[in-house]
Ligand binder design. Sequence first.
Ligand SMILES: Cc1ncc(COP(=O)(O)O)c(C=O)c1O
Length: 414
Amino acid sequence: MSRPVKNGTGRPCSLISGHSSATHGFFVRAYPGLASCARLATLAAVNDNLPISPPRAWAEIDLSALRQNLAVARALGGRNLMAVVKAGAYGHGLEELAKALAAEDVVFLGVANVGEARRIRQAGVTTRIYLLGATWADERAEIVAHDWTPCLSTVEEAAHFNRLAMAAGKQLKVHLAVDTGMGRGGFLTADLTAIMPALDAMANLEIEGIGSHLPSADEDAEFTRQQIDCYRACIEALGGPARFKWRHLLNSAGLLAYEQGVCNLTRPGLMLYGVSPLAGVQPQLATVMTLKARVTLVRTLPAGHGVSYGRQFVTTQPTRVATIGIGYGDGYPRHVSGKGAEVWVSDRRCPILGRVTMDQIMVDVSLASDVREGDEVEMFGPNIPVAEIAAKADTIVWEVFTGITPRVVRCYVR
Ligand SMILES: Cc1ncc(COP(=O)(O)O)c(C=O)c1O
């Protein structure tokens, strides 16, 4: 690289995934953009076999923005919150985000499976862990041993947890999942009143909570209202709110658009990561992840020159083309190809040309004449909203975030 690269935020940050501490000095020398971060922490390797190479793409994760979004969630729904950190905290990095959220005294960390629960514990985080989905029988002894909190959908799994808790000589705190319309798990509301005495008779279970899930809080207000009513009626039929210490229903869209009502615990995911599922609320939230990459090459192509696989884009005039070191192998969605997606480089939007390839993307920088090899490019972040990229890829932000691959180094800004 022939000239100093443009720096990132310059605030203290640490690298977390993909590379061992042995490569630390190498990065500092070879990768001045990341070296601009004041502190590079020891790296928890995702895959030690990854070839050592200065990363062409990385994600800056702003933990102060996370805290800001947490404050917005608390202002709306109260202090008690289950932060949903499944799928590697929506691609932001499970351990680091769990630590940051634990430091803010969230009540639960919501995970998808015991593997995620283990990783959180191994990171030294002691916040209560809630398993958001069904568990397999051979996972349950570990859940009981660690006092992780399962949500129950059947009497059979409740009975199994009860036996395991009895064998361990303890009472396990559990929550009832109630299916008010998601169709993914939980007791059917029509069955629950009849089932409850059997559950209550399980002496080694403490039925501490009751939760349900909203499938269309961002799309269908009428159905969502019916669900909220159904959930409240269900709780009343089971003895009233006081019967359950924790009552939870609201995901991000629910929290942003509806009252807590009978609930006393919220369960946001996406909004903590800075994206609102509802139009209009976005300005209150702060961007947590900025996906960045570097220009690897700049050339001028003549008129009539094809760009990328399939030659779906052909220049109509001499065009200054920057090649960027990121592609679908990093999780940048290939489906934005040909949809007018843009990147942010040299303080302006520049259009992507042709198809996204596995490791490289071509961009028209004819109007950004100062762009050089090594320059930093924002793929999405404060200037290019991730929701815009998701829409052009015909998908949802959740999928874009969770699709960012381990090759992309996560760089934490504290
Ligand atoms: C059961 C449950 N609760 C809460 C959430 C958080 O949802 P969101 O990311 O929309 O806030 C999810 C995410 O899929 C979930 O599955």
